[in-house]
Design a protein around this ligand. Structure first.
Ligand code: PMP
Length: 287
C-alpha cells in the first residue's frame, strides 16, 4: 500500500497528496516519468533509469528538479517510508504549474516532482512467466517521438484496453510497414530459427527500454546472438519464441499473437534463461 508520496519537497499522506490544478502535466501532458523496479529493498538499474529521465527532460527542455544524488536520496526515503521490499518506484516530472497557456512558462517556473512507491507481491511476474501472455496487434497511432518517456499515454491506454477485451495482456503496436514497433508498455522481441534474439533498433519510434539494454548485456554475457532489426507479425508467429521486456515484467514470454500460438504456444527456453540471469547482470543499488 502506498502511504506517503513525495510532492515538491514534502512527504505527504497518500490520500492528501496533490499537485496544482493548473499543472502542465495535467493540462498538456507536458511531463515525463520513470518506473524503477524495487527488489529486496534495492533499486534495479537506477543509473540507467535516471540517465533516461535526464534525457527525457533534456529533449523537452524541462529543467531537472534536482541532482541525481538528491533524487536517489528522495527515492530511498519514499521506499523506506512506504516500507517497500518488492514493488516499484514511480516518478513524474512536469514542466510545472501556471495559468493555462500553450507557450512555455518563464524559465524560473519550478518543475513539479512526484515520487511514489508501491508494493507488489514478490514472484508475481515469475508465476505469470510460467504460462506467458497473449498479445494483440494494434496500428501504432502514437506521435513520432516515442523515444521520450512522456505521460502522453492515451494510445497505450486504449491499445491495452482493446488487448484486454480480446483476452490479451499486452498490445503490440504495428507501424505502416507492418512491422512491430514495441509493446504498449514494453519492448518486443522474437527468437529466430537459428536462435538469434531479434528486436527493433532504437530510434524515434520506440522507447529505449532500460530492461531491453540490460537484457542485451545478459545476452552478450550468455554468448547469444542479437540482431537489431524490425520484424512483423508473420515472422513473430513463425519464430521459435517471442517475449516482451519492461521494468515491471522483466522478461515475459509471449505465447499467442492475435489468437494464434507462437511456436508450440508455450514459453521458450531463451526467455526463461534471460529472465533467470537478469538480476545477476542488472545494477542493484541501495534505495
Ligand atoms: N516501451 C514502452 C512504450 C514502455 O512504456 C515501456 C515501459 N515503461 C517500455 C518500452 C519498457 O521500458 P523499461 O524496460 O525501461 O521499463
Amino acid at each position: 500500500m502506498t502511504r506517503i508520496v513525495y510532492v515538491n519537497g514534502a512527504y505527504q499522506r497518500y490520500a492528501e497528496a496533490a499537485v496544482h490544478t493548473e499543472d502542465r502535466g495535467f493540462q498538456f501532458a507536458d511531463s515525463i516519468y520513470e518506473v524503477i523496479e524495487v527488489l529486496d529493498g534495492h533499486l534495479v538499474d537506477a543509473t540507467r533509469h535516471l540517465a533516461r529521465l535526464a534525457r527525457s527532460l533534456w529533449e523537452l527542455r524541462i529543467a531537472p528538479p534536482m541532482s541525481d544524488a538528491a533524487l536517489m536520496q528522495v527515492i530511498g526515503q519514499v521506499i523506506r517510508r512506504n516500507r517497500i521490499r518488492d514493488g516499484i518506484v514511480y516518478m513524474q516530472v512536469t514542466r510545472g504549474a501556471g495559468p493555462r497557456d500553450f507557450a512555455l512558462p518563464s524559465a524560473g517556473t519550478a518543475p513539479t516532482l512526484v515520487i511514489l512507491a508501491r508494493a507488489q507481491r514478490k514472484g508475481w511476474s515469475a508465476e505469470l512467466a510460467k504460462t506467458g501472455i497473449a498479445v494483440k496487434t494494434i496500428p501504432d497511432n502514437r506521435w513520432g517521438r516515442c523515444d521520450i518517456k512522456t505521460v502522453m499515454l492515451l494510445p497505450a491506454v486504449l491499445a491495452k484496453d482493446e488487448a484486454r477485451r480480446n483476452g490479451a495482456k499486452e498490445a503490440w503496436f504495428v507501424d505502416a510497414e507492418g512491422n512491430v514497433t514495441e509493446g504498449a508498455s514494453s519492448n518486443a522481441w522474437i527468437v529466430s530459427s537459428d536462435g538469434a534474439l531479434i528486436t527493433r533498433p532504437l530510434g524515434p519510434h520506440i522507447l529505449p527500454g532500460v530492461t531491453r539494454a540490460t537484457v542485451m548485456d545478459v545476452a552478450k554475457a550468455e554468448g547469444l546472438k542479437i540482431e537489431e532489426r524490425a520484424f512483423g507479425k508473420e515472422e513473430a508467429l513463425r519464430a521459435r519464441e517471442a517475449f516482451v521486456t519492461s521494468a515491471t515484467n522483466i522478461v515475459m514470454p509471449v505465447v499467442n499473437i492475435d489468437g494464434s500460438p507462437v511456436a508450440d504456444g508455450r514459453p521458450g527456453p531463451l526467455a526463461r534463461q534471460l529472465r533467470l540471469r537478469f538480476h545477476h547482470v542488472a545494477e542493484i543499488s541501495e534505495g
